[in-house]
Design a protein around this ligand. Structure first.
Ligand code: F6R
Length: 242
């Protein structure tokens, strides 16, 4: 595991964007696994800037997103589909046909999850998967559990995650209770993984996830077993890491 301790959120975002840019430059038709949330927004801004400067071409890139709320229409500004268009896809020359987010409006969870897993496999898997880290160690919507979930599946969100996400909704009652997410197995099949993490409130979970025991009770701890993981954090998040 490589760890980059950067001064602040901007530096973290620049470093993560450089890693993703290197992937796109070395393999223009790469498959990027992408995340939503506050951690990667700066990274996406930097990627847009590189595109505007003529340094990056997204025309052959394919993307697969980690997760999506179940039951939230795609045009809802809190859907992850909307987030990705708003924060990245609308601003670069990616072919929207090549961008994929689980469809939360498909009621049949088993079918949507199996189809999404098959889609990722048919693309040859993610060349690079970008991740954020939840306060409870979740990655995607893989919450602490007794087992590591292998493939894309439907989850019931934990109270702590609903609480953390309520800031984006009019009230806590509007936060969806379920989501579709890549499984831990789906994430671990990525050839490279880049985790972006910022803020003092993540310092404890960074220590647990990357230096504690590997356990499904801290889902991100499994990343210690992956051969090519890079953690890019700011000083506050990596305060407990030497
Ligand atoms: C987002 C996702 C989540 C977030 C995590 C951290 O697609 O899958 O696991 O990465 O909740 O969120 P932020 O970055 O908002 O702290």
């Amino acid at each position: 595991m490589k760890i980059f301790k950067m001064k602040d959120y901007d530096q973290m975002s620049q470093k993560a964007a450089n890693l993703i840019a290197a992937q796109i430059i070395t393999k223009p038709d790469c498959v990027l696994g992408l995340a939503t949330g506050s951690s990667p927004i700066g990274t996406y801004k930097q990627l847009i800037e590189k595109y505007n400067n003529g340094d990056l071409d997204f025309s052959k890139v394919t993307t697969v997103n980690l997760d999506e709320y179940k039951g939230l229409p795609r045009d809802n500004d809190q859907s992850y589909y909307y987030f990705m268009n708003d924060n990245l896809f609308d601003h670069v020359n990616i072919d929207k046909e090549n961008t994929h987010v689980p469809n939360g409006m498909i009621e049949d969870s088993e079918k949507e999850c199996a189809d999404y897993e098959a889609l990722i496999a048919s693309l040859g898997g993610q060349d690079l998967q970008l991740l954020g880290l939840g306060h409870n160690g979740h990655i995607g919507f893989n919450e602490p559990a007794d087992d590591f979930a292998k493939t894309t599946h439907c989850v019931n969100l934990q109270e702590s995650t609903i609480e953390a996400n309520k800031r984006f909704f009019a009230s806590i009652d509007d936060v969806p209770r379920q989501a579709y997410t890549m499984g831990i197995g789906t994430i671990m099949k990525a050839k490279k993984i880049v985790v972006v993490v910022s803020g003092a409130d993540k310092a404890d979970i960074v220590e647990k996830a990357f230096f504690g025991p590997v356990t499904p009770h801290v889902p991100a701890s499994i990343l210690q077993m992956h051969p090519d993981v890079t953690v890019v954090g700011d000083e506050a998040a990596l305060a407990k890491v030497n």
